[in-house]
Design a protein around this ligand. Structure first.
Ligand SMILES: [Ca+2]
Ligand SMILES: [Ca+2]
Length: 409
């Protein structure tokens, strides 16, 4: 690491104060385990502090509720644990023998059950050579070691190595949300995204606490196609590759970054209560571009979808290829307590992060977005921006590095 800035030094104290305590995870966990920062820092000058690196592409940082450890997903199939910025030598879990990894494939997602402290359950998303898999895993008596065998819960057949989605999160309703890509290739060749019977090109929603006959989950009765018209797991449709998305942990708003074809990188916010059954457009539209008239490969051979925006939710923020964006990486709304002027802003970028830099956005009351280029330079190859249990934001890269986003005067 290079020289630390003044604000970086301040946050070292802050994180130490916030961290406290041991890393144990059991029923004794309570809110007192993760106090807010003793000396919150005001200011809008952002900085990055590299906290560490892992041995493989760092896809995501997350943590169980009220747990001070940070769990890092490696694309090759391991989940690593940091305790007070120190990487534990033994992986929490290693599923590298069960997955296909590299490029857009690999171990891509991790979500801890909301009652992880008492039931020890967590869920992972990974790719195989011909499917996208969500599996249920569990911790052992050692809180830093998981059982090596997980149980597949949902297997979505896939036909190409790209566009696999990969993000999973529990929503404020306690259901597990799962992002899937359109399958891959270019131009939605199998036209999965608008097909309500196909699980590709969607955000799915399942209840992992109850099981329908023959399944490891049930579909909530409030999903849009439970009574017919599509697959019961479908929650949101019309996505190309929702690589990263997240819920605002305070409002329940859903922030979705959908990676575009060759025209538009899309950021869409669906407010709480306005999410079920929404159609984000692909592959009738790429962003606000109708594919029937587009010059890039979102235009398909054969019969086109009509240019009809009825019932399609258009993105509130778009970035074009000629701005240097290639694959949007939606992040998360900051709800931590260390940096008071970051609170309520969603931080996001692009996989071509050196070109894009760090951006922030927040909703206006009319549903539009206030968008700000923070002018903070980023390292190449960002894979995610996601919060730990304290609400602090960590930026990961496929170059294996992990950074804490910080702010100061
Ligand atoms: Ca695929
Ligand atoms: Ca769209």
């Amino acid at each position: 690491m290079g020289a630390m800035t003044k604000s970086a030094l301040a946050i070292v104290r802050c994180v130490a104060a916030c961290g406290g305590g041991s890393a144990k995870t059991d029923a004794a966990v309570d809110a007192a385990r993760l106090p807010g920062c003793e000396t919150p820092i005001a200011g809008t000058t952002l900085s990055l502090r590299q906290v560490n690196s892992v041995d493989d592409a760092a896809m995501l940082v997350t943590a169980p509720s009220l747990d001070p450890r940070r769990f890092v997903v490696e694309r090759g199939g391991a989940i690593r644990i940091f305790v007070d910025d120190q990487l534990l030598p033994t992986p929490f879990l290693d599923v590298s023998n069960n997955i296909a990894a590299g490029g857009e494939q690999g171990l891509l997602g991790l979500a801890f059950h909301p009652q992880y402290a008492t039931n020890g359950l967590f869920f992972i998303f990974y790719t195989t050579s011909n499917s996208n898999v969500v599996s249920r895993c569990s911790v052992t008596a050692d809180p830093n070691v998981a059982n090596p065998t997980c149980t597949p819960v949902l297997v979505v057949p896939d036909f190409a190595g790209n566009h696999n989605g990969g993000m999973i999160e529990f929503g404020p309703d306690g259901y597990l949300y799962i992002g899937t890509g359109d399958g891959g290739g270019g131009g939605d060749p199998m036209r999965t995204a608008q097909n309500t019977n196909n699980l590709l090109g969607k955000i799915l929603r399942i209840d992992v606490d109850t099981k329908d006959t023959g399944k490891e989950y049930s579909s909530p009765s409030t999903n849009p196609y439970v009574a017919g018209g599509g697959a019961p797991e479908v929650f949101i449709l019309g996505l190309r590759n929702p690589w990263r998305w997240s819920f605002d942990k305070e409002t329940g708003d859903l922030w979705i970054g959908d990676v575009g074809q060759g025209g538009s990188e899309e950021l869409t916010v669906l407010r709480a209560g306005e999410q079920v059954g929404r159609n984000l457009g692909w592959s009738r539209y790429e962003g606000t571009i109708c594919c029937d008239t587009a010059s890039d490969s979102c235009r398909q051979t054969g019969t086109q979808y009509p240019c009809d925006p009825t019932n399609i939710v258009m993105p509130q923020d778009e970035h074009l290829r000629n701005e240097g964006w290639i694959s949007i990486v939606a992040g998360e709304v900051y709800r931590g307590s260390c940096y008071t002027d970051m609170i309520g802003w969603h931080f996001y970028t692009d996989h071509a992060s050196r070109n894009a830099g760090l951006w922030k956005a927040r909703l206006r009351s009319d549903g539009s977005l206030e968008v700000v280029d923070t002018n903070l330079a980023l390292p190449d190859n960002v894979a995610s921006i996601h919060a730990d249990a304290r609400g602090e934001l960590f930026l990961t890269t496929t170059s294996n590095t992990i950074y804490h986003i910080e702010a100061g005067p």
